[in-house]
Design a protein around this ligand. Structure first.
Ligand SMILES: C[S@@+](CC[C@H](N)C(=O)[O-])C[C@H]1O[C@@H](n2cnc3c(N)ncnc32)[C@H](O)[C@@H]1O
Length: 271
């Protein structure tokens, strides 16, 4: 009997975020500039995946003769293990890279970080669990330490709902059961509220850019090359979004792929 590959979530998904999330250079430049990294600092890369944030930080430090420690945390060994080769050049230069397989809802770091970055991670857990992640990051930071939440969502709360639904449809088609069950893309108003409630002050947006979402970019990573799933997703988008929503997200349908514009923001808070 033919074996079907089962893809449930982050224990299986193999994605290059520089492709899935579109160009991120500008946002990374802004993140690094805002962090104002100094010798001896410790940065937490929470929900790190393969360590894209850590790599950018270490690359900047290496070019600018700065020494920082990085701590990567992710709930899935399969993801964090990929960081070993990805960050090897910096470890060889003497940078300390610590890896912890830990659910961000149970993060047990205290008073140790100067900076904490959660890039495209918060949406991985249900809405009700998100405050716990932010609270744990608050506890992990030293006094005056800073959190950076990098997320994508809609331009308005209504378009955020639309974004949430269309990602959910993609996850359903891809068979990512745990994503369908857990993910919740919050709008910035909810993130501001959660940061405030955790005790953060001086909350502000340090980067505000466009999140270009192109359906075909997910063909290999999420649909394993299955064109019929991509077409089913495209069809869902064509028939579900209202004309008003299509206009607001600059809906561009080329037949085999659809592009839409949402937003990508980095929100900073100070402990
Ligand atoms: C969209 S990826 C982002 C990875 C990385 N921050 C980046 O932007 O390249 C989300 C990551 O969150 C991790 N993750 C999902 N649920 C988690 C949880 N409850 N606690 C910690 N990590 C989690 C996944 O394994 C995955 O690596």
């Amino acid at each position: 009997m033919e074996q079907k590959t089962k893809h449930q979530g982050w224990n299986q998904r193999n994605v290059d975020f520089s492709k899935a999330h579109g160009n991120e250079d500008e946002a990374f430049d802004k993140l690094i500039e805002s962090m104002n990294l100094k010798n001896g600092m410790t940065m937490g890369d929470i929900m790190s995946g393969y360590g894209a944030v850590s790599r950018k930080v270490l690359d900047y430090c290496s070019k600018n003769n700065l020494y920082v420690r990085v701590i990567l945390t992710d709930a899935y060994e399969e993801q964090i293990n990929k960081s070993t080769s990805y960050l090897a050049p910096y470890e060889l230069q003497g940078y300390a890279v610590q890896k912890r397989v830990e659910d961000a809802r149970c993060l047990s770091l205290e008073n140790i970080l100067d900076k904490a970055v959660i890039k495209m991670g918060l949406h991985e857990v249900p809405k009700n669990d998100q405050p716990r992640i932010i609270q744990n990051a608050y506890n992990a930071l030293k006094e005056h330490g800073e959190i950076y939440i990098w997320e994508s969502f809609g331009q308005t709360p209504e378009l955020s709902r639309c974004f949430r639904e269309l990602v959910k449809k993609k996850d359903e088609l891809a068979g990512f059961d745990s994503f369908v069950e857990n993910r919740h893309f919050s709008h910035e108003t909810d993130i501001f509220k959660q940061l405030k409630e955790a005790g953060f002050r001086d909350i502000e947006i340090v980067y505000d850019g466009i999140f270009n979402y192109t359906t075909k970019n997910l063909l290999e990573s999420d649909f394993l090359g299955d064109e019929s799933k991509l077409q089913a997703w495209n069809e869902y988008l064509r028939s579900t979004l209202s004309d008003e929503e299509k206009k607001a997200v600059k809906f561009n349908d080329t037949g085999d792929s659809i592009s839409m514009s949402f937003v990508k923001k980095i929100i900073r808070g100070v402990k």
